[in-house]
Design a protein around this ligand. Structure first.
Ligand code: PLP
Length: 395
């Protein structure tokens, strides 16, 4: 017999997430027809290098502590151990930004925080960049919110600004460096957003998951911009910074000064987390702490440098071929305009069939992604070099 309960009908407004399954299906069909083909994947959105030794040693030590009565730990504090909150605050300090440890809330992922923040927000107008990381959109659709898009294009370099927006309060999602476009906001551009948010009473949700890839003088944190503490929450992660995609640790910053009327957002988030989340494992928090030591940063940055050399190689071939692209200098992603007016999936098929290369069609990240294509630098050097050779011959 069928249930007679009401379910969350808003889930029916979600688009089927077919991007990666469609890619897998097309690659699968091609491999079956051409079993000898050596396919090179440039669509990887996950890290591939192992955890740094300093991180692994910290995990082992913490695991030993968990096996001893004297040092065993049960539930972790809801907002993270002080040792990690202090380490994250000190990490901000290294980038010249002051954030206090009490403003930092440790979690098991930026995806969780980005998705869960809708819990503490009411009915608002939502502004979401297009193209962008799909979680911002889907988490709002799940709650029945109406979303308006900030269109990225070649003219604005896929870095939309508030020009022309009616002056009213919004929830504004920004991601810099951006996934999928790799574009990064300058300090002056972020200042425009921060001023707009403060003028209109809007909240910015700033996703800085890729900050560690920044090579230019673009800000690593929105709090490098004056005025951001009264209008912005920042969400960051160890996933790409330290290779923690499978280890799971992240944090959000809710500044003390961030309030809607008399209500501090930090109080709401604290209540939300204490109610629905039971903390990140001690072993993982010790590993995250190790990633932020001098030695940890040094080792993790070596992995990032490896990915960024891959990005440089890919960028060089696109430049040489005169193909418009953004990203690749402050981000592991390169976002290129499909040549010869091809749409995203046409270019996908073209690359697969003519060069056995796999990337990600831009149309899968939003309507404004049509006609564009994402390459990533998370592959091995060998695979990237092979891809560069093939692109050189094909394009
Ligand atoms: N934010 C962006 C922009 C991402 O691209 C990703 C992962 O790909 C995440 C957040 C998720 O991070 P986490 O692994 O901490 O959940």
């Amino acid at each position: 017999m069928s249930l007679k309960i009401k379910i969350n009908e808003h889930y029916s407004s979600l688009k089927k997430n077919y991007l990666f399954s469609e890619i897998a299906a097309r690659v699968g069909a091609y491999s079956e027809a051409h079993p000898e083909a050596k396919i090179v994947r440039l669509g990887i959105g996950d890290v591939t290098l192992p955890l740094s030794p300093v991180v692994v040693n910290a995990m082992k030590k913490a695991a030993d502590e968990m096996g001893q009565a004297a040092t065993f730990r049960g539930y972790a504090p809801d907002f993270g151990y002080d040792f990690l909150r202090n380490a994250i605050a000190a990490y901000y300090g290294k980038n010249g930004v002051t954030v206090s440890s009490g403003e930092i809330f440790v979690s098991d992922g930026a995806k969780s925080d980005v998705g869960n923040i809708v819990d503490i927000l009411g009915e608002n107008e939502i502004l979401i960049p297009d193209p962008v990381y799909p979680v911002y959109l889907d988490s709002n659709l799940m709650s029945g919110h109406t979303v308006r898009f900030l269109k990225g294009n070649e003219q604005n370099g896929f870095l939309p600004l508030p020009e022309g927006l009616p002056e009213k309060p919004y929830i504004i999602y920004l991601c810099s460096p951006n996934n999928p476009t790799g574009a990064v906001y300058s300090k002056a551009q972020l200042k425009i957003w921060v001023d707009f948010a403060n003028q209109t009473g809007s909240l910015i949700i700033f996703d800085s998951a890729y900050e560690a890839f920044i090579r230019s003088d673009a800000p690593h944190s929105i709090y490098a911009v004056e005025g951001a503490k009264t209008c912005a929450v920042e969400i960051c992660s160890f996933s790409k910074t330290a290779g923690f995609t499978g280890t799971r640790c992240a944090w959000s910053v809710f500044p003390e000064a961030l309030a809607a009327g008399d209500t501090k957002l930090s109080a709401l988030w604290g209540r939300r987390q204490a109610t629905k989340f039971n903390g990140v494992p001690y072993v993982v928090q010790r590993a995250a702490e190790a990633a932020l030591t001098e030695e940890g940063i040094h080792q993790c940055r070596a992995n990032i440098a490896y990915y960024m050399e891959n990005a440089r190689l890919l960028a060089a071939v696109l430049k040489e071929k005169g193909i418009w692209f953004t990203g690749g200098t402050d981000s592991p992603y390169l976002w290129l305009k499909c040549p010869n007016g091809m749409d995203s999936w046409e270019f996908f098929d073209f690359l697969l069939q003519k060069a056995q290369l796999v990337g990600t069609p831009g149309a899968g990240f939003g309507e404004a992604g049509e006609g564009y294509f994402r390459l990533t630098s998370f592959g091995s050097r060998e695979a990237t070099e092979e891809a560069v050779r093939r692109l050189n011959t094909l394009l």
